[in-house]
Write a new protein. Structure first.
Length: 356
């Protein structure tokens, strides 16, 4: 197989490898479309998870099955499938405890381009196919299907961890694609007022379409100060963190959250950075403000449920797809967009219509 890989820190390129070997319950998939992620940039250029060598990148894709293990029951060669970015081993004890994202250890449910080769390859391996894959709805655009890999489930997970309820006032920090999905998730959970923290015109435009009631631009001052002023110093019920300044964002979030409120973090933080929260901004540790951070859950059931929001018109991920490429060899171009982040970018997709 051919794949686009992290050769080493700060170095990428195409490499050739043998096709992955199948276990009894696994599947081999060829991509129909793939999408680069900011996480790929963190991995290659920011040493976020440590050095990787000749590791094929990518964790966002949909595809067509080309082979299955002899114990796979629900999928066959030729099926078009949704592929979550997190693919747990469902028999693992952490999965049974309710933390499948960490099956095998911290973050070990995230296997693509972390512990094994990713999806930027002409063939990629999916473990526990019956538990992780989902059938792609008929007629779904492969680019939209890629949003179901990571952007949608990660964004929605922020809402789940923060326990957004109807009528809540919510702040979403960072309105890249994950933040936009956290925002839309808050709308679907019934939030009343939603502050979207961001500044790029394109993301602001889409945030409003997804249901943001207020836009807060960090260029205009401290975001907690702005939101407290806009809420008559009451603050918000929930904060969803999907970006921001790593060092200060959590302190700002705690300061803008009401006593008894909650914060859900899905931002991929650099493992070498330090998070600071002033004790006073957290009610000297007694404000009953909860802070939860988690890796998106994987699994077939979650994919099927999220796909139903799209097929029934409750969610339109296509608003996030700002750049489309055709041809497997265009993956470096799409990844470079995520690296440089031009003003008109939200999410690029590469349609792999040239892979046999």
């Amino acid at each position: 197989m051919r794949g686009f890989a992290m050769i080493g820190p700060n170095e990428t390129g195409f490499i050739e490898k043998d096709d992955p070997k199948l276990g009894h319950r696994d599947a081999l998939v060829k991509p129909l479309a793939v999408a680069p992620c900011t996480s790929d940039i963190h991995t290659v250029y920011e040493n976020a998870i440590g050095p990787r060598h000749n590791m094929i990148l990518g964790h966002e894709a949909c595809g067509e099955i080309v082979a299955v293990g002899d114990e796979v029951k629900d999928f066959k060669v030729g099926d078009k499938v949704l592929v979550p970015a997190v693919t747990p081993d469902w028999s693992d004890l952490n999965s049974q405890a309710g933390f499948a994202s960490h099956s095998g250890g911290v973050l070990a449910g995230w296997k693509f381009s972390n512990f094994k080769d990713g999806v930027f390859a002409t063939r990629f391996h999916v473990n526990d196919a019956d538990g992780n894959l989902a059938h792609m709805p008929e007629g779904m655009d492969p680019g939209v299907a890629c949003m179901l890999s990571d952007m949608i489930p990660t964004g929605f997970h922020a809402d789940e961890m923060a326990h957004v309820e109807f009528g809540d006032t919510v702040a979403v920090i960072g309105i890249g694609p994950v933040g936009l999905m956290a925002l839309r998730g808050a709308v679907l959970h019934g939030a009343g007022r939603i502050f979207a923290v961001g500044s790029r015109p394109k993301t602001v435009e889409v945030a409003k379409k997804y249901g943001a009631t207020d836009i807060v631009d960090y260029h205009n001052g401290d975001i907690a100060d702005q939101i407290l002023k806009l809420t008559d110093n009451k603050g918000v019920d929930r904060v969803l963190i999907a970006g921001g300044d790593t060092e200060h964002t959590f302190d700002q979030a705690a300061r803008m959250t009401k006593p008894g409120g909650s914060i859900g973090n899905v931002a991929y933080l650099n493992g070498n950075h330090t998070i600071e929260i002033k004790a006073g901004d957290w009610g000297v540790g007694m404000s009953n403000i909860t802070i939860d951070g988690g890796l998106m859950p994987g699994g077939r059931l979650r994919m099927e449920k999220l796909a139903s929001l799209i097929t029934n018109g409750r969610l339109d991920p296509s608003l996030m797809i700002t750049h489309k490429f055709h041809g497997f060899e265009k993956i470096p171009d799409a990844l470079e967009l995520m690296h440089n982040k031009p003003a008109d970018l939200i999410k690029p997709v590469v349609y792999c219509d040239d892979i046999d």
